[in-house]
Design a protein around this ligand. Structure first.
Ligand SMILES: NC(=O)c1ccc[n+]([C@@H]2O[C@H](COP(=O)([O-])OP(=O)(O)OC[C@H]3O[C@@H](n4cnc5c(N)ncnc54)[C@H](OP(=O)(O)O)[C@@H]3O)[C@@H](O)[C@H]2O)c1
Length: 292
């Protein structure tokens, strides 16, 4: 297939492009700076033309959620970049002849909000809070492609693990410096996934019509924050004994701290139902593979 990938330069997108090529697909990246991309790439204004030769779209674009305090301006950029990128792709696909058959569009487990110990799957209702307010319209934009017969997969990504970036990339320096530990009381659930399983799900979802609608992209075994940091300490041979108090996190990060201090216990029922086999079902193995 020819696959158009928005956000293909990012932490997840780079690995997705690599995996797609490895699976024999041709990739065109959509980027604000296509000149910086190695391989086939186009600017956003070329999407209406490029989409006509695409069989599928993988939509990952969006302003980073973790690159600064959530000021009103940053929140607007986080929301608008996702909704507008998705709208641009879907409008182009709806107008195109021929048009791609498949849209795999990122969302996040933040859709479910802070839910304590509740077991959540794709049928669970959305929660409340800023990330829910981002994910709902973001997913709604993607779903508009269903009206023209496209198969839409809304990938609700958990915390994506790989050693070269994302949340784990930020955690490694303090842990390696012996100042890592649980966040707050450490009871909150972390629904994580190794990046190798994100790419695995994307490649599988292109080939398998059984993937449609909301699909939780998480490992089958979410863990509490305290168990996550204990596993990370074990893998790094560090004590992981310096907790970060909630009040300190709130002072440092503002509202964004709530994402780290609360969580959701998400189960990937849709991917299980279609028979996806996780490369990294357990957190210890996923962390070992990430910090190797
Ligand atoms: N990493 C995680 O743990 C995680 C968890 C849940 C959900 N997600 C979602 O998965 C997607 C990819 O995440 P990631 O970690 O790979 O993010 P990332 O490394 O920040 O990459 C996002 C990409 O989006 C593009 N982008 C950034 N700002 C943009 C804007 N204003 N307009 C259009 N494009 C913009 C950039 O591409 P160019 O610079 O080439 O334009 C960038 O490479 C995001 O939507 C994120 O919310 C990630």
């Amino acid at each position: 297939m020819r696959v158009l990938v928005t956000g293909g330069t990012g932490f997840i997108g780079g690995a997705v492009c690599h995996a797609l090529r490895g699976a024999g697909h041709a990739v065109t990246v959509v980027s604000r700076e296509p000149g910086q991309v190695s391989g086939d790439a186009v600017r956003w204004d070329a999407v209406p033309q490029a989409i006509r030769t695409a069989d599928a779209v993988v939509n990952l674009a969006g302003e980073s959620i973790a690159s600064g305090r959530w000021s009103a301006a940053r929140k607007a950029a986080i929301l608008q970049s996702r909704v507008e990128a998705t709208r641009a792709v879907v409008d182009a696909a709806r107008a195109a002849k021929p048009r791609p058959r498949i849209l795999i569009s990122a969302s996040a487990v933040g859709y479910y909000g802070a839910r304590g110990d509740e077991a959540l799957d794709e049928t669970s209702a959305p929660g409340a809070g800023f990330l829910t307010e981002v994910c709902r319209p973001w997913e709604d934009e993607a779903s508009r492609a269903e009206a023209v017969g496209m198969r839409v997969v809304r990938l609700r990504l958990g915390m994506v693990l790989a050693g070269d970036g994302g949340a784990l990339g930020r955690m490694l320096p303090p842990f390696r410096a012996f100042v890592g530990g649980r966040l707050g009381d450490g009871e909150q659930w972390v629904s994580w996934i190794h990046r190798g399983d994100v790419t695995g799900l994307v490649v599988d979802a292109l080939a398998n019509d059984g993937y449609h609608g909301a699909v939780n992209a998480t490992a089958p075994q979410p863990v509490r924050n305290r168990d996550f940091v204990a596993a990370l300490g074990r893998v790094l041979a560090r004590p992981a004994a310096i907790p970060v108090p909630a009040v300190v996190l709130r002072l440092a990060l503002g509202e964004m701290a709530d994402v780290l201090l609360t969580g959701q216990r998400v189960f990937p029922r849709a991917a299980e139902r279609v028979g996806y086999r996780w490369q990294y079902p357990e957190v210890l193995g996923a962390l070992r593979a990430s910090v190797r």
